[in-house]
Design a protein around this ligand. Structure first.
Ligand SMILES: Cc1ncc(COP(=O)(O)O)c(C=O)c1O
Length: 427
C-alpha cells in the first residue's frame, strides 16, 4: 500500500477514537496519555522525592490487596503502556490483513531505534526477539565448535542460560565449565579472579548473567569482557534482570551479546525481548528460524518469524517512552536507594540474614533474605496470606530465602510495610 493510501486507511480506522493519535501511534499517544492522566508527572522530571515516586506508582495497577515485590519474575506494564499496546492490537484486529501487509516498517524501526538509544548503541545492533530464553538459544546454537572447545557458564545461571549450551553444544563434545561463585563474594575482584582462573587456551565463549536471579548479585561484566577479549574469547550476557534496572551503555559494558526479556524491568508487554550483538560479533550468529527474508544480512535476520506479535513489539516502544519520561539514570539511582533503605531497616534484626552481598558493586534492586530458623515456603505463604506481599522463595544454592524486587513502583512506604511484616514473622 502506498504511504498516502496507508495513512488514509489508518485515518479511517482511527476516526472517532478519542485520544488516539495517528502516526506514529506509540510515542505521541503515550505522551498524550501521561499528560491526560497526570499533568504533574511530566513536570516532575527533575524531582526525585518520594512524592514523585508515588506518582510513578500511580501509573501502575495491581490486583486489590496485592503488594507486588516479585518484579524479577515478571514485571507489570504501566497503564499507559497497556493502553498503547491494546490500541495497536485493536487497530490490527479490526483489519487482520494489516498484521502482515500493513507496512509497519517505520513503526518497527522507531521501536528498534528507541531501544538502541536506551542502551546507547546503534540500531543495527538491536534485534527485537521474544525473550531471554530465545536470545540464549540463538547464541548457543550459532557456533560450530570443535570437540574439546570450552564454554564457561556459572553455578548461578538461570536454566534458560544453561540448557541451550547443554542441548546445542555438549553433544558435539565441547566442555562446559561451571564457574562456582559464592553467594557472598568479598568483592567484584574476587569474581573476576574466579573467571580469570577458569579460562583455558580452549575457552571460546564466556556465558554469564549480568544480575543473577538466584540472589540478585551483580557480575562484573566489563572487567570479565576485557580479560576475555584479550584472549579472543566471546562474551554472552543474560541481561534478563539488569535491562531497565540499570542505566546501561552496552558498548561500555563490553560484551559481544546481551539478551533480555523486556517484560521484567523494562515493563513492556509479555512476549517481547531485546537482543544486542556488537557489530563485529554479528558474523558469528545464525537465525534460529529461517523464512522469507533470511538472506537479509542485517541484524533483522535474527528476528524474522514471518507473522509475529506486532502489538507487543510496538508496545516495547511505548515502554521505552515511558521509562524515558522518568529518566534512566534516575531509575538506576532509585534501584540502589531502595536496596539501601531496605537493608538499613533490617540490619539490626539478628533473626534476619541477608543472602545477597551488600556493596553497591555487587547488588541493587533484588535482595534475598532468610528468616532464621523458618522454612522459606512457610514464610512466603505467611507473607502473602497475612499481608498480601508477593515475593519469590529461593531454595537452591543453600539460600532458603525470599527474593524481593524493588522496582520503580515500590515506594519507601511499601518497604516500611514489608519490613514491619518481616520483623513480626521473624520474632
Ligand atoms: C536471569 C534470568 N535469565 C533468563 C530468564 C528467562 O526469562 P524468559 O522466560 O523471559 O526468557 C529469567 C527469568 O526469570 C532470568 O531471571
Amino acid at each position: 500500500m502506498a504511504q498516502t493510501d496507508r495513512r488514509k486507511f489508518l485515518q479511517s480506522l482511527t476516526a472517532g477514537v478519542a485520544g488516539l493519535s495517528l502516526y506514529p501511534t506509540f510515542g505521541a499517544n503515550l505522551t498524550l496519555n501521561l499528560k491526560e492522566n497526570n499533568q504533574q508527572f511530566i513536570n516532575l522530571k527533575d524531582d526525585a522525592s518520594e512524592a514523585f515516586w508515588e506518582k510513578v506508582k500511580n501509573q501502575f495497577r495491581f490486583a486489590a490487596g496485592v503488594r507486588y515485590f516479585n518484579n524479577a519474575s515478571l514485571g507489570s506494564s504501566a497503564i499507559p503502556i497497556r493502553k498503547a499496546t491494546n490500541e495497536f492490537r485493536d487497530i490490527l484486529d479490526d483489519f487482520p490483513s494489516k498484521y502482515m501487509w500493513g507496512g509497519w516498517t517505520d513503526e518497527k524501526e522507531k521501536t528498534r531505534l528507541a531501544v538502541a538509544d536506551y542502551f546507547s548503541v546503534d540500531k543495527e545492533e538491536i534485534a527485537i526477539t521474544h525473550n531471554t530464553t530465545e536470545g540464549m538459544n540463538l547464541i548457543a546454537k550459532s557456533f560450530d565448535f570443535q570437540k574439546g572447545d570450552e564454554v564457561l557458564i556459572s553455578n548461578h545461571d538461570h536454566t534458560s542460560a544453561r540448557i541451550p549450551w547443554e542441548v546445542w553444544q555438549v553433544e558435539k563434545g565441547i566442555k562446559l565449565t561451571k564457574v562456582s561463585v559464592p553467594n557472598l563474594p568479598k568483592s567484584k575482584e574476587a569474581i573476576v579472579d574466579l573467571y580469570r582462573k577458569a579460562i583455558t587456551p580452549k575457552t571460546k565463549v564466556i556465558s554469564l548473567c549480568h544480575i543473577v536471579n538466584t540472589n540478585g548479585m551483580i557480575f562484573p561484566i566489563k572487567e570479565i569482557s576485557e580479560i576475555a577479549h584479550k584472549k579472543g574469547i566471546l562474551v554472552a550476557v543474560d541481561g534478563a534482570q539488569s535491562a531497565g534496572m540499570f542505566n546501561i551503555d552496552l558498548h561500555e559494558l563490553g560484551c559481544d551479546f546481551y539478551t533480555a526479556s523486556s517484560h521484567k524491568w523494562l515493563f513492556s508487554p509479555k512476549g517481547v525481548g531485546v537482543f544486542y550483538a556488537r557489530k563485529e560479533s554479528q558474523k558469528h550468529l545464525k537465525p534460529l528460524i529461517v523464512c522469507r527474508g533470511h538472506k537479509d544480512t542485517s541484524i533483522r535476520r535474527l528476528e524474522n518469524y514471518n507473522t509475529r506479535n506486532l502489538p507487543e513489539f510496538l508496545g516495547l516502544g511505548a515502554s521505552i517512552d515511558f521509562l524515558n519520561s522518568i529518566g534512566k539514570q534516575k531509575i538506576h539511582d532509585r534501584s540502589f536507594e531502595l536496596k539501601n533503605y531496605f537493608r538499613s531497616k533490617l540490619e539490626n534484626n539478628d533473626k534476619v540474614r541477608f543472602k545477597t552481598p551488600k556493596s553497591d558493586d555487587l547488588s541493587a534492586a533484588i535482595q534475598v533474605v532468610e528468616v532464621v530458623g523458618k522454612d522459606v515456603r512457610q514464610v512466603k505463604k505467611e507473607l502473602f496470606d497475612t499481608y498480601g506481599i508477593d515475593c519469590r522463595p529461593m531454595s537452591g544454592l543453600y539460600l532458603n530465602a525470599l527474593r524481593f524486587s524493588f522496582a520503580i513502583y515500590i515506594t519507601k512506604k511499601d518497604i516500611d510495610d514489608l519490613v514491619a511484616a518481616l520483623h513480626t514473622i521473624a520474632s
